[in-house]
Design a protein around this ligand. Sequence first.
Ligand SMILES: [Zn+2]
Length: 154
Amino acid sequence: MESARTPVVSGWFTEDGPDGAGFRLLGTRCSACAAVFFPREDAYCRNPHCPGDGLLAEVPLSPRGRVWSFTDGRYRPPAPYVSDPDAPWEPYTLVAVELEAEGMVVLGQTVPGVTVADLAVGMEVEVVGGVLNEDPQTGTAWTTWRFRPAGGSA
Ligand SMILES: [Zn+2]
């Protein structure tokens, strides 16, 4: 049975981007000051210098950016982090990426197999869809965003 792909957080990304461009993170842009927000801000503009009265519209964010910093998680975090203590801990790589057009820094995990040894500050990376975990009970694949070196074919 094919798992139903369901976003971990609704409205933060699309797997079927504008003009068929594929996976894109989604933010919002203020029509008054052009400030862009991710995570999306739908209630009001958070720019203190905004002249106000702007409307917040959804915008796809840059598909690429450059590595700003990175680290890895080799040990299980303490509570209140939720994880199964009986399951083996799977190390993951966390990367902070400065998006090409927006200049904002977005955090995310790398695709499986990309470790800190594969990354360098300033390296170009691209955002792709990935699966955070699958729930065989409900047949749900919880999807999220991942980063990988640009031009990869993983
Ligand atoms: Zn604004």
